[in-house]
Design a protein around this ligand. Sequence first.
Ligand SMILES: O=C(CO)COP(=O)(O)O
Length: 260
Amino acid sequence: MSTNARTPLMAANWKMHLSVAEAISFIAALHERVGSSQDREVLIAPPFTHLWPLRETMAAAGFSLAAQNCHWEPQGAFTGEVSLSMIRETGCRYVIVGHSERRHIFGEPDEWIGLKTAAALARGVVPIVCIGEKIEEREAGLTEEVLQRQLTAALDKVSVPSADALVIAYEPVWAIGTGKTATPQQAQEAHAFVRQWLEKRFDKAVANGVRILYGGSVKPDNVDDLMAQPDIDGALVGGASLKASSFARIVQFTRSAGNG
Ligand SMILES: O=C(CO)COP(=O)(O)O
């Protein structure tokens, strides 16, 4: 386990849920419950249409804003796409890249994830690079091979980043929206593998400093055990992030209850 400080990053991925009005009430309710805590970072990734209207409320609450996707080109004839400078203008520090729904529902290839990751790093937006195996890949013993392939493609065009410029999210596809969370041990094994890969690809400082989030059916009742694992530095939460009470409990995880 690293001795470097990796501030826990508790992230809500709202996907295509909540209106702007609901989002504003959510942020007020969440802030009332968790305050502006110094020892953990709270992040919300709402739909694109919510970014600008939420900018000031999020900043006042001390929460970080993220986009759910981006295009890698600075501008152009790309109907329906949003560039990184547009995303930055809305006050986003982060962008989710390569989410499994983008990969599997919208057919995004590994190559695009690499282009998006490199463009985000070049333009000063922190990419949250999502990787994760499908159930048949896990059952065939291919988890590490898949993670390695996805990491290699995503970080192909990147020279050594500063550790706080990059976040990785391990989200096993079979755990997303299914209620089947990876066990803390399964998640820890995958996270340790990612950290070793980062050390080989970059160096020890990057490996020890980059935050690796777990995603896939994170809930108030499993977050403590997950966060107790030495290489789990935060969570990327879908369903359980849509209610302020449930996400607040996730943000307020405690590490003492777990087995790490
Ligand atoms: O996809 C996810 C976060 O990006 C996880 O979704 P669930 O928490 O609903 O499983």
